[in-house]
Design a protein around this ligand. Sequence first.
Ligand SMILES: C[S@@+](CC[C@H](N)C(=O)[O-])C[C@H]1O[C@@H](n2cnc3c(N)ncnc32)[C@H](O)[C@@H]1O
Length: 405
Amino acid sequence: MVWTVERPMHYDQRQVIICLGMLSDAPVTLISISMCEMIFATKTSVIELLQRKQSAIFSPHTLFRSGKYCRFIKKAVAQEAMRGNSTSTFNLVRCKLTLFYDYWQMNEILEALLPRDMIIPSAFETVGHIAHLNLRDEHLPYKKLIAKVVLDKNKPKIQTVVNKIDAIHNDYRTMQLEVLAGNHSLVTMVVENGLRFHVDLAAVYWNSRLASERQRLLNGFTHNDVLCDVFAGVGPIALSAAKIVKHVYANDLNPCAVQYMEKNSVLNKLERHIEIFNMDGRRFIDAMYASRKAQSITQVVMNLPNDAVEYLDAFRGICKDKPKDKEYALPMIHVYGFSKARDPEFDFHERIRIALQEVAVNVEMRRVRQVAPGKWMLCASFRLPISVAYAHTMSRMQAHQVKSF
Ligand SMILES: C[S@@+](CC[C@H](N)C(=O)[O-])C[C@H]1O[C@@H](n2cnc3c(N)ncnc32)[C@H](O)[C@@H]1O
């Protein structure tokens, strides 16, 4: 008997099939039976069922997967097949099973289509409707094919598949992306922390992988805090914090990121809790501390891991014109950085010391994630030292201003 089954997932629940043999268009042996309770059965219940009933049902899936349970079933069915029809408790039926594209999962299709021994590019990051692949060089000749499979197998959530063309080099930390499949719009919406963020991946920075780190940071803020987010992007930290803290001052150098941050503040009805600026980070720190806002700032976030530490010198002397007897509550600074050193914590601590020209004490140092082999992203949190805030030496920007004057 030859059956052609287009969508085995849609089997009639009582029409039971056990498949033997490899999946292909070649004939495979099936045992046709009557109930489907075996699909979720354990090894013990497989034995019981084989003994108790003349029939059993298995998802074809079970027989093509590896794992103890699947191996057991294959063996049990093979033994039955060897015994022949007369003694067998099973009724063996020879049939042709054709499983179409819809049936197979993404990895299985890629495994079948790509050359043997090639690592299957099965993982991708999702930003709204966009699947973001990070293809290796060996994948590039197959990039469109890979993207098509990713798109087909992840619709409707995924509408666009992109690949990062190059490492991030530019100031705005935006990615060079190539659209490989689906619609070409890189404007999408991401939900994080119960907030909605409009993002244009071609023009602004966004990294969903940092969601849990952002959450960790937010957990440390309270209603009494006033936050300064120096490198805020489209506002994932600043806007989420605006729900918690008293007030937020958020800044980014990228005018497009600032536009999106403003849009997102309105979208989430947080515009009254945040002031948004578009300037260089050092200038922003200077402007904040030159104003009356300085008194209230309790938290500063500096999330530009490539360079943020270099901006710490902006804090030198920020309070030097303020009366020392009425000392300001100096802010906690949370600065991010990368390190490839053997001792990343020590290395990052040293770079902080050099930028501040002082040793920061009680620094809480965390490894956020490994971004490449041997390269860590770190976050250092410490209170701005009094000696730095009241220092009489100038920051680099002040020195630059004096020079150009
Ligand atoms: C790594 S992203 C972080 C954005 C945001 N905190 C987040 O988690 O999505 C760094 C941001 O710093 C901005 N940036 C780069 N150089 C800057 C500078 N000199 N001053 C202010 N912002 C800057 C970039 O435009 C980018 O949006």
